[in-house]
Design a protein around this ligand. Structure first.
Ligand code: PXP
Length: 236
């Protein structure tokens, strides 16, 4: 299985002070060196973390794939066609949400999404639709011309360790199987952690996992001890 590392929260931290530290580009390069198969980034309409400039810079320097997550809007369509990332993942977006809370309603806006997908695919971009693991959404996704779906693992992640885990997990498994039978390739992501990721191996044929928050959170703790020691030695 491949790993796409979502680096949005490096930008969240950077934006807290307005400068360029920690630098998004440097973070992406470290992820590449560490074996990430792709770098994922969500250019939100409110630009709360990743900025346009980051996306252009990432496209310039990355050796691995750039996966641009974005809403289905005219503005984002124009940016994607200008940047030409390797992959685009279409996601729903609500301004007030803390993170992408649910999957894209493909079934409810089939025509709009099909037209949007066509423009990206015609430009050579591989398109994925971020959807909930429901039969209705998978069947609709298969009609759009998108090559991939990314199954929203948020409900599974939240249920992990509770009595609802198995129900949410089976939804993912069934949705992946249905999607593959309809010719779609399947990725997954959202809310995955070092504790709950292992079950993704039980879903046959998953191609890539996109993981962000928990990797960045772990990186803070893994780096904190040496960061404090270095500062302490400088001021001794
Ligand atoms: N996949 C998609 C489509 C997302 O929107 C996000 C969050 O931006 C992720 C994966 C990564 O989720 P997390 O940060 O919870 O690992």
């Amino acid at each position: 299985m491949l790993l796409g590392v979502n680096i949005d929260h490096v930008a969240t931290l950077r934006n807290a002070r307005g400068g360029n530290d920690p630098a998004v580009i440097k973070a992406a390069q470290i992820c590449e060196i560490a074996g990430a198969d792709g770098i994922t980034t969500h250019l939100r309409e409110d630009r709360r973390h990743i900025k346009d400039e980051d996306v252009y810079n990432l496209k310039k320097i990355l050796k691995v794939r750039l996966n641009l997550e974005m809403a289905v809007t005219e503005e984002m369509g124009k940016i994607a066609l200008d940047v030409l990332p390797d992959n685009c993942c279409l996601v729903p977006e609500k301004r007030q949400e803390l993170t992408t809370e649910g999957g894209l309603d493909v079934a409810g806006q089939l025509e709009k999404i099909t037209q949007f997908v066509k423009k990206l695919v015609d430009a050579g971009i591989i398109v994925s639709l971020f959807i909930d693991p429901s039969e209705e959404q998978v069947k609709a996704a298969a009609k759009t011309g998108a090559q991939f779906i990314e199954l929203h693992t948020g409900a599974y992640s939240e249920a992990f360790g509770s009595e609802k885990e198995e129900i949410e997990f089976q939804k993912l498994k069934n949705a992946a199987k249905l999607a593959q039978s309809l010719g779609l390739k399947v990725n997954a992501g959202h809310g995955l952690t070092y504790e709950n990721v292992h079950r993704m191996h039980e879903i046959e044929g998953l191609i890539e996992l996109n993981i962000g928050h928990n990797i960045i959170a772990k990186a803070v703790f893994d780096g904190l001890e040496s960061a404090v020691k270095e500062m302490k030695s400088l001021i001794k």
